[in-house]
Write a protein that binds this ligand. Structure first.
Ligand SMILES: CC(=O)N[C@H]1[C@@H](OP(=O)(O)OP(=O)(O)OC[C@H]2O[C@@H](n3ccc(=O)[nH]c3=O)[C@H](O)[C@@H]2O)O[C@H](CO)[C@@H](O)[C@@H]1O
Ligand SMILES: C=C(OP(=O)(O)O)C(=O)O
Length: 428
């Protein structure tokens, strides 16, 4: 078992490059299945979720090679039509393989996906959309048995909620379906645009990705491509949160600032000095942070639910009361209890979290409850006095490329250690 150990507080200073986006790399890796052929994917982050996606591609018969941050996939050799349950459970994005697989195979079997436990995460919107595109879905005991009898066909699909994963699944299934597909109330996240740009680079006909209605005209086949994954906007928000929490000054490079339009004002309102360049952001934390009223998580372009936990972590030491309203997931405040172990004052009532700023956080033994919750504990640990030990690091590794190395380059005292169960430090 591994844990992260932080000796704080330390102001962060320096420059850092942000790595490629998990939530973009994963659907693109699924998209590499379409039509066969080769995809060379650059800026593909080294994350355990990406490893799981590569394992799925290999199990399906594709050849996959990684050289540094470039991954080459050849899906001509796809032979299998079933993803084993253990791999499906590794992450949420395993479900976006479904849209790509039904475009290649007449009979596909997989189970329900895993991923962070943030409350119920049904896939009803994915299933009903794929049914409209011509997939016959039989769901028994958690297994999805999917058949395509007369090929996929375009459809006018109205999503009841702009689900990111459902929009991706529809796009993946529709690009080589017969005819036109319209997605109404589509998700507009930058990762949707990145997936569309990857597919377009392979010859797909997609219009208006990133808007509420997306149009796709099916093509007979796609060709090989070389594509670069977009930067991770949530990792960027995490680095900025850590700088704010520690009163440091850092520059994050290789970012797309326009993807963070709903997030950057929160740092400004908290009193941070921000300089936004073409592909970099400099942040300087103030002596004393101010609380920020009413941060409501919403589908893009609203404030991202994935940034809620890291931003909450720095606001625990802001003077005054900050209020969060989490509207996307029912149970995404698990980190709050762990932050309170470090001295934070957070009260949760349903969708609302009330954060009363405290003067100081103190190091403690805490547990990463999920990916972004774990990142929030790292942010808090960097600002806290004394030693913070974070267990269940596996959640953090799903979405952050060596988080300890990243913060060490900015001057933090942070390490990873392997512990045996008998040496585990009690949480008291
Ligand atoms: C791998 C990936 O890209 N994950 C992101 C993706 O997750 P994911 O694609 O799972 O998120 P969705 O946008 O689908 O889910 C948002 C909400 O819609 C509900 N829903 C979704 C699908 C469905 O069929 N039925 C249904 O009710 C979910 O339970 C949730 O309450 O978008 C989320 C919202 O921005 C982010 O937090 C995740 O980091
Ligand atoms: C919730 C997240 O990921 P996933 O949907 O893969 O669980 C996330 O990236 O914050």
């Amino acid at each position: 078992m591994e844990r992260i150990v932080i000796d704080g507080p330390r102001r962060l200073f320096g420059e850092i490059d942000v790595h490629g986006a998990k939530n973009s790399a994963l659907p693109i890796l699924a998209g590499s299945l379409l039509s066969g052929g080769e995809t060379v994917l650059h800026n593909c982050p080294r994350l355990t979720d990406v490893d799981a996606a590569i394992e799925i591609l290999r199990v399906l018969g594709c050849t996959v090679h990684r050289e540094s941050n470039s991954v080459t996939i050849n899906s001509d050799t796809m032979t299998q039509s079933e993803i084993p349950e253990e791999l499906m459970h590794e992450m949420r994005s395993s479900i976006v393989f479904l849209g790509a697989m039904v475009s290649r195979r007449a009979h596909v079997r997989l189970s329900f996906p895993g991923g962070c436990e943030l409350g119920p995460r049904p896939i009803d919107l994915h299933i009903s959309a794929l049914q409209q595109l011509g997939v016959l879905v039989d769901e028994t005991h958690g297994i999805l048995d999917c058949r395509v009898e007369n090929g996929l066909h375009g459809a006018k699909i109205m999503l009841a909620f702009p689900s990111v994963g459902a929009t991706e699944n529809i796009m993946l299934a529709a690009v080589t379906a017969k005819g036109i597909t319209e997605i109404h109330n589509a998700a507009q996240e930058p990762e949707i645009v990145d997936l569309a740009n990857y597919l377009i680079s392979r010859g797909a006909k997609i219009r208006d990705a990133g808007k509420s209605t997306v149009y796709i005209e099916g093509v007979a086949s796609l060709h090989a491509t070389e594509y670069t994954v977009m930067p991770d906007r949530i990792v960027t928000a995490t680095y900025l949160s850590a700088a704010a929490a520690t009163g440091g000054k850092i520059t994050v490079h290789r970012v797309v600032p326009s993807d963070l339009e709903s997030v950057l004002p929160v740092f400004e309102q908290a009193g941070c000095k921000m300089r936004v360049y073409h592909d970099a952001i400099t942040i300087e934390g103030p002596g004393m942070l101010h609380a920020v009223r009413n941060i409501r998580t919403l589908p893009y372009p609203g404030f991202p639910t994935d940034a809620q936990a890291p931003v909450m972590a720095f606001l625990t030491v802001a003077s005054g009361t900050s209020v969060f309203v989490e509207t996307i997931f029912e149970n995404r405040y698990k980190h709050a209890g762990e932050l309170c172990r470090m001295g934070a004052d957070i009260k949760i009532e349903g969708k609302v979290a009330v954060v009363r700023g405290v003067k100081k956080l103190y190091g403690a033994n805490v547990r990463a409850t999920d990916l972004r919750g774990g990142a929030a504990l790292v942010v808090a640990g960097l600002a806290a006095e004394g030693k913070t030990r974070i267990s269940d690091v596996l959640h953090i590794d799903r979405g952050y490329e060596s988080i300890e190395h990243a913060f060490r380059t900015l001057g933090a005292q942070i390490d990873r250690e392997t512990i045996t169960l008998d040496k585990e430090v009690p949480r008291a």
